[in-house]
Design a binder for this molecule. Structure first.
Ligand code: SF4
Length: 284
């Protein structure tokens, strides 16, 4: 399009290097041509400026990562406690409730899984009744939690297996086991991974296992507490071995709160972050 306008501006044959604008159409073309040139120049300047800003930001981050020592996790725990206050660890929730609630929370929001869990508890008199109900019926009851067919089948299998192995639907026997033994038992249940097992251990059985969700995973990587390339499964053990057992619960709660409010996936609010002075990924 730009070339079309240029073609209408005939060069002057007088040798002075001017353009001959000898008709209204040619004058209009010349003006459009000038306007287009100006727009293109502005665009080019904007693109160059953006590229410079991006290069500066990544250079800034690289320099910070190079000069910052790996952060001591105790420092993070202390600063987050200053910001959000101490959290008391009271592992008094029923283990089966936590197990089923965590299965329901997979791939959905807290609000949806909360509704599905409340519906499940209201519709059945006991976990034994859930275990003996048809999968279709359970799926209908937990529909608001999403993936209801898959979750219903999983919940039924888990409850059946616990009933078969424990003689009743209860995980109380795990309280007297070591954390490793209890974790091994839970992770043998169908569809139960590290995060689900850790939730049961931490919230119900009084064992300091750290559930790592997407918020904790993201914030820990930005802080340099774990390498940016480690998997979420590996992050669980790498973080847990750094945290004093009595602080695992508080660390879990604080990191999730911090990830939701401040160190958000997009546009982290570094200017408001209590950790910015020691964070290698800080943008300020
Ligand atoms: S300084 Fe920024 S990147 Fe670092 S933890 Fe705080 S919000 Fe996240």
């Amino acid at each position: 399009m730009f070339h079309i306008f240029v073609c209408h501006c005939e060069p002057d044959t007088s040798g002075r290097g001017n353009l001959r604008l000898n008709s209204p159409a040619k004058v209009a073309s010349a003006l459009l041509c000038l306007a287009m040139t100006s727009v293109l120049q502005s665009l080019a300047m904007t693109v160059r400026s953006l590229a410079r800003t991006q290069n500066k930001a990544s250079l800034h981050q690289q320099v910070r990562h190079d000069i910052f020592e790996p952060m001591a996790i105790e420092e993070v725990i202390e600063l987050l406690e200053q910001e959000y206050g101490p959290k008391e660890w009271q592992p008094d929730r029923d283990p089966i409730d936590v197990l089923i609630g965590t299965i329901l929370s997979q791939n959905t929001s807290d609000a949806n899984s909360g509704r599905a869990f409340a519906s499940l508890k209201a519709s059945f008199a006991s976990w034994e009744a859930v275990a003996s109900a048809p999968t279709e019926h359970i799926a209908g009851v937990i529909k608001s939690g999403g993936l209801s067919q898959i979750k219903a089948a999983r919940i039924k299998q888990v409850l059946e297996q616990i009933e078969k192995e424990q003689g009743r639907i209860s995980l109380d026997s795990l309280k007297s086991k070591t954390m490793a033994e209890a974790e091994t038992y839970l992770m043998r249940l169908p569809g139960v991974g590290h995060k689900t097992a850790s939730c049961v251990l931490l919230f119900s059985l009084g064992k300091p296992s750290l559930p790592v969700d997407t918020h904790i995973f993201r914030v820990a990587k930005r802080l340099g507490l774990i390498d940016s390339k480690v998997s979420i499964e590996k992050a669980h053990s790498l973080l847990q071995e750094q945290i004093p057992p009595a602080k695992v619960y508080q660390f879990h709660i604080h990191m999730i709160e911090h990830g939701r409010k401040i160190c958000r996936a997009r546009q982290p609010r570094c200017h408001r972050c209590i950790l910015r002075g020691v964070c290698p990924s800080s943008l300020c």
